[in-house]
Write a protein that binds this ligand. Structure first.
Ligand code: ATP
Ligand code: MG
Ligand code: MG
Length: 425
């Protein structure tokens, strides 16, 4: 891809924008760009320099991303709203053409990498809560203040705020010291995957999840205990930010019908019933589940006589119950998947396994914790988009503010104190 129209080859020490930015090392790359750690000589700080491929369609995409990032930056002067900050942008001429460059605040590893670091075991509830608070803060800002839909929310597009000084260890591949040794293959994570690798990775993960889910269709007795040892994330600050605005749109000016990465795609997108902010809430729900369990919530796969979409709808109904008929038959694509009764055409037998049971039976969450989390998450995964809570409403939910569990543990404490007294007495 380092040819005309493609990536710009960078050497360490290369100057950009008239010498203001000096390239330090590669942070990662995507389908559209390479991303470099750069030193900003004007502010004497480190930044992430995203250098877009030069061909027309990539330049167009970069302009699109810049439009949305600029809008987000303009409305958040204090930079407190959990969205990656665009610092600057400019054009850079190279042998492969003109490259649009975005200068972004320097962030750390993605949540995908965090999940992998944690060996797909899921994070402690309090860590999930911290992450959810950031993501919801970002979404609330985008939705309510800007009228923007992110439309590609997923663990890969949420980056932890880096706590290290990149100058101290400029050759390390990982960004945050905590995650310096990724699990398994060296291509690992956050910064270091081509789209191909990401796709492969997603497919591999999807395969694992599918294996587990078909297990679930066969038998309701799940939950092989994990023999893997625990990795501590204690004391690690879980602040994070939403990134990747390459697919963002305005609620009142949408560009694409098919949005979102497959596993995080909302039912109304599959059925083509029209969409709004609540598609991000669906993806948020899928992401929160994944943080808690380490598994993707839905990993659909085409099967014998049915396609990926229909499997996806089946998986949703196995978890959430039957889709209300009106919604099932209400989309432009409904006839492809549903009969007029609102039953799937090709997948007839569904095994219902509701969220709270799944969390306890398969993922071994304590009953109370599972119940509280399911109470928080279930409304987010409503089939009817307008019934899903907004990001703002989620932020006010008792689970988010740990009211339920503090009350419970306070009550537990009183009880156990009473018990202790009785025993002592
Ligand atoms: P995609 O194919 O995912 O759309 P892209 O070309 O638009 O890719 P990004 O996803 O924005 O590029 O960035 C590629 C990688 O660079 C990310 O996976 C991430 O690891 C790293 N990266 C991006 N932005 C930052 C940042 N602000 N700080 C640190 N690393 C970053
Ligand atoms: Mg990306
Ligand atoms: Mg992108």
């Amino acid at each position: 891809s380092y040819r005309k129209g493609g990536y710009h080859a960078v050497r360490i020490g290369d100057p950009f924008s008239g010498g203001r930015y000096i390239a330090q090392r590669k942070l990662g790359w995507g389908q559209f760009s390479t991303v470099w750690l750069a030193f900003d000589t004007q502010s004497s700080s480190y930044v992430a320099l995203k250098i877009q491929k030069s061909a027309q369609q990539f330049a167009q995409a970069a302009l699109h991303e810049i439009e949305f990032l600029s809008a987000a930056a303009d409305g958040d002067l204090q930079n407190t709203k959990c969205v990656v900050r665009l610092i600057d942008h400019f054009k850079h001429a190279g042998p492969n053409g003109q490259h649009l460059c975005m200068v972004l605040e320097f962030l750390g590893d993605s949540l995908l990498r965090l999940i992998r670091y944690n060996r797909y075991k899921g994070l402690k509830m309090d860590k999930v809560r911290e992450i959810c608070r950031c993501v919801l803060t970002g979404l609330d800002y985008l939705h309510r203040e800007l009228g923007m839909i992110h439309s590609d929310l997923k663990p890969e597009n949420i980056l932890l705020c880096s706590t290290i000084d990149p100058a101290k260890d400029p050759v390390r591949s990982g960004l945050t010291p905590l995650l310096e040794k990724p699990e398994g293959n060296a291509n690992g994570g956050g910064g270091s995957s081509t789209m191909n690798l990401i796709e492969k990775k997603l497919k591999r993960r999807a395969k694992r999840a599918v294996a587990k889910i078909s297990e679930r269709r066969v038998s309701m007795v799940g939950g092989e205990a994990s023999s893997k040892t625990e990795r501590s994330l204690d004391g690690i600050d879980m602040r994070c930010k939403v990134v990747d605005f390459g697919n963002a749109c305005w609620a009142d000016k949408q560009f694409a019908e098919e949005i979102q990465t497959r596993q995080y795609r909302a039912p109304e997108v599959i059925l083509k019933s029209g969409y709004s902010f609540s598609v991000d809430m669906w993806s948020f729900g899928c992401t929160a589940f994944e943080l808690v369990t380490g598994d993707m919530l839905f990993a659909p796969k085409e099967g014998n006589g049915y396609g990926e979409d229909e499997d996806h709808l089946a998986l949703m109904m196995e978890l959430l119950g039957k889709m209300p008929r009106k919604i099932a038959i209400g989309g432009a694509r409904s006839k492809d998947y549903f009969d007029r009764h609102g039953d799937l055409k090709r997948i007839r037998r569904l095994k219902y396994w509701p969220l709270d049971r799944l969390l306890v039976d398969k993922y071994k969450l304590p009953e109370a914790e599972a119940k509280e989390f399911a109470e928080f998450l279930s409304p987010v995964l409503e089939f009817a988009p307008e019934k899903r809570p907004t990001a703002q409403q989620c932020l006010e939910h008792p689970w988010m503010n740990n009211v339920v569990s503090t009350q419970n543990s306070a009550a537990d404490n009183v009880e156990s104190q009473v018990r202790n007294l009785k025993i002592k007495g």
